[in-house]
Write a protein that binds this ligand. Structure first.
Ligand SMILES: Nc1ncnc2c1ncn2[C@@H]1O[C@H](COP(=O)(O)OP(=O)(O)O)[C@@H](O)[C@H]1O
Ligand SMILES: [Mg+2]
Length: 354
């Protein structure tokens, strides 16, 4: 591993590489130098999830260069408030060996991180972090590779859904008719929302797409220092980040909670995230984006219900399952969250089911 680190343009000779067990997607390590206090983060990127690592890294480079210009102009410290991609000695943004892709960024020291947003204060911090990230990128006009085609595209999902239902490969559809009905009864509303995106009424911006609190670093006084984990930056509506954040930050239960009674949307967490988000994103959002913020929580949660149920019907081929009914349990738990969002944010549109 020290040898791999040595393939990059570091400020000195790498002497030690230590595992950092925090991430879920990539394998992450810290790199120490023999002759300098500068530290780095070395990652083996997950090639099962990410099919185009060079494209992904060029996205990260483009986005962080933009962020750094903004941070410097505002009098901040670009080395601490943005990730810094360190190129390999051959000039590439990654080092490839035996089909594995390795990347290095500068380690941001003296920071605080959290595993989970378990208070309204942290939800508000998370909202501020993502809002600020999006705000700094609101005028980004560079090219970005679409590294996750079909991401949150409900028209594409319905294409997969219709095919899966027609084929019913695991013979499970008949047993989940009620759940299929939950998807179908909302189909046209979801497509109506997606049409606003297709028709350009809701703009594509630069979004993060993995907005959990563990992907942010804070300074000692609790301010968001830096948004990390830029593997999934895309051109997409910023409502996707907002909706997905609510889906995860505001859930009182687990995504796969076996007891759906534990699952609901915490109104306090919702309001806290919204407050933090709008404090940073309020200036660039259009009226249409603002108007559809609550719906985005419904949209993203609905999509997740659909995807879990579709994978169950498909015979559990996409999501890893820990037990045979796992995807069904996930479907029911996320459906409960969806209903709670609808009940609280859309009390009059007739979708509330006890
Ligand atoms: N540049 C960095 N400086 C300090 N800590 C970092 C840096 N990059 C990543 N980390 C830490 O490593 C963890 C995992 O990295 P991340 O890029 O989020 O990987 P994953 O995609 O596997 O979640 C982060 O949650 C953070 O705690
Ligand atoms: Mg992460």
């Amino acid at each position: 591993m020290v040898e791999i680190a040595g393939q990059f343009c570091l400020e000195g000779r790498p002497s030690e590489v230590k595992a950092l067990g925090d991430g879920f997607i990539n394998d992450t390590y810290t790199v120490l130098l023999a002759d300098s206090p500068v530290k780095y983060i070395l990652q083996r990127k997950n090639t099962v999830i990410f099919k185009d690592i060079p494209g992904m890294m060029s996205n990260i480079k483009a986005v962080t260069e933009h962020l750094k210009r903004k941070i410097a102009a505002a009098g901040g410290d670009p080395m601490r408030e943005s990730l810094t991609v360190v190129p390999a000695k051959d000039g590439r943004l990654y080092y490839e060996s035996d089909g594995e892709y390795w990347c290095i960024t500068v380690f941001i020291d003296n920071s605080v991180s959290y595993d989970k947003a378990d208070s309204e204060l942290l939800a508000e911090c998370g909202g501020r972090g993502i809002g600020r990230f999006q705000a700094m990128l609101a005028d980004f006009d560079g090219e970005l590779v679409d590294t996750l085609p079909g991401f949150h595209n409900i028209r594409y999902r319905f294409g997969q859904w219709d095919k899966t239902l027609a084929e019913d490969p695991a013979g499970r559809a008949a047993d989940v008719r009620d759940l299929i009905g939950e998807i179908e009864s909302r189909r046209s509303e979801m497509l109506d929302f997606f049409k606003l995106i297709e028709d350009g009424h809701i703009p594509l911006r630069v979004t993060h797409n993995d907005t959990k609190i563990a992907n942010m670093l804070f300074d000692r006084s609790g301010n968001v220092l830096c948004v990390l984990d830029l593997d999934t930056v895309l051109r997409a509506p910023c409502l996707y980040d907002f909706g997905d954040s609510i889906r995860s930050y505001a859930n009182t239960g687990a995504e796969d909670d076996p007891n759906p009674d534990r699952v609901s949307m915490s109104r306090g967490m919702y309001e806290a995230f919204l407050r933090g988000y709008l404090s940073e994103a309020g200036d660039f959002l259009t009226d249409t984006e603002r108007e559809w913020l609550p719906f985005s929580a419904r949209y993203i949660t609905y999509e997740q219900v659909l995807r879990f149920l579709m994978d169950y019907i498909d015979g559990d081929r996409y999501y890893k399952v820990k037990y045979p009914e796992h995807n069904l349990v996930r479907t029911r738990a996320q459906l409960r969250l969806l209903r709670s969002i609808e009940h609280q944010l859309f009390p009059y549109n007739g979708h509330y089911v006890k």
